[in-house]
Ligand binder design. Structure first.
Ligand SMILES: Cc1ncc(COP(=O)(O)O)c(C=O)c1O
Length: 355
């Protein structure tokens, strides 16, 4: 038996989401991973197909075309965009480069499930600061939890799984009080679904503060979850660290081509995002009207704050072919899908008897 190192033993095994439901032979609606329900656009598929022909070569790690477009968009230098195989891989790079044994990585809880795993994998200590009663980041409590060991703070806004956002002014005031030696990572995986004008704008904060990095992904609004393409906007000193720990060649030329084509197709993609935002409003209103404890969301999912009822409601959803993401004892996160999937969700919840 090969022993895992103690800090690895402490990591719970990853449980991938299900895609089948026992005892149900009707349609299955997979609403468990916050994916975009729409397949890649034809123009994006064409761009990917074109780059397949040179897969005998390693990809260009500089991702020049994509870097140019993103640097232009955010008014940053080419050297300030760091890529990874999904933004979760960039988050892993950030933690690996800046935190290790004896260091603390702080984030709100509940939040993105990868944070504790990535933190422990790096040998660092997770510091989880509970969300407020209304499921927002408790920034005063996070400030109070900073110690001399704190190296990285993640702010997930909109927050996975609650869909709540941190206010821009509130986050600005928070970062102004965080010592500059601590890296504040604003994880904006769901930012394209945000329509609250007061919500945090990570890129503005990046321009204003020296210790801010912003994480973005092509997995959600751009609908390329299976391709694994994410990036961070970072300052030169952070980039220097990331270059040392990044997985070489993690971002394929196919992913780079799809990224470029997606940025060129934003009007079409925005129409899909707008549809999902409208569906989010419809689903939220219907759930509120039926008395479900739904939290208003700024992301492409909703959160049912069910506490002890979580397992019973989850069983009801599964029995109707709805695959959601339960957190036993806490609540259920349900991605917004196409209208028929959302309708199936509302019907399944409407039939819940509480038994
Ligand atoms: C808050 C948050 N950040 C990052 C990610 C990672 O996404 P990806 O690695 O697909 O870019 C996710 C995915 O669910 C997420 O919820």
């Amino acid at each position: 038996m090969i022993e895992q190192r103690p800090h690895i033993q402490a990591i719970p095994g990853y449980k991938p989401g299900k895609s089948t439901v026992d005892g149900w032979d009707g349609p299955i609606h997979k609403l468990s991973s916050n994916e975009n329900p729409y397949p890649p656009l034809p123009s994006v598929i064409d761009a990917m197909a074109e780059s397949i022909g040179h897969m005998h070569r390693y990809p260009n790690m500089a991702a020049p075309a994509l870097t140019n477009m993103l640097a232009d968009r955010y008014d940053v230098k080419l050297g300030n965009i760091a890529f990874g195989g999904g933004s979760v891989e960039v988050a892993a790079q950030l933690i690996r480069a800046f935190a290790g044994a004896g260091d603390e990585v702080m984030y709100a809880w509940r939040s993105f499930e990868a944070y504790p795993i990535l933190t422990r994998s790096a040998g660092a200590t997770p510091v989880q600061v509970p969300l407020t009663a209304d499921l927002h980041h408790d920034l005063p409590a996070m400030l109070a939890a900073i110690t001399e060991h704190t190296r990285v703070i993640f702010i997930c806004t909109p927050n996975n799984p609650t869909g709540t956002v941190v206010g821009h002014d509130e986050l600005h005031a928070f970062i102004a009080q965080v010592p500059e030696r601590i890296l504040v990572v604003v994880d904006e995986a769901y930012v394209h679904f945000q329509d609250d004008p007061n919500a945090a704008r990570g890129i503005e904060l990046f321009h204003e503060f020296k210790n801010v990095a912003v994480l973005h992904t092509f997995s959600k609004a751009y609908g390329l979850a299976g391709l694994r393409l994410g990036y961070a906007v970072v300052r030169d000193d952070v980039m220097e660290g990331l270059r040392k720990v990044a997985m070489p060649f993690a971002v394929t030329d196919i992913a780079q081509a799809a990224g470029v084509a997606s940025l060129n197709a934003e009007i079409e993609l925005q129409a899909r995002v707008d549809t999902l935002i409208a569906e989010r409003a419809r689903v939220t209103a219907a759930l509120q009207a039926a008395g479900w404890p739904v939290t208003p969301s700024q992301a492409n999912f909703v959160w049912l704050n069910l506490g002890d009822h979580t397992d019973a409601v989850q069983a009801q959803l599964a029995s109707r072919g709805i695959i959601a993401r339960p957190f036993s004892g806490d609540g259920i996160r349900i991605s917004i899908g196409e209208p028929d999937a959302n309708e199936a969700l509302l019907v399944a919840l409407g039939e819940f008897t509480g038994d």
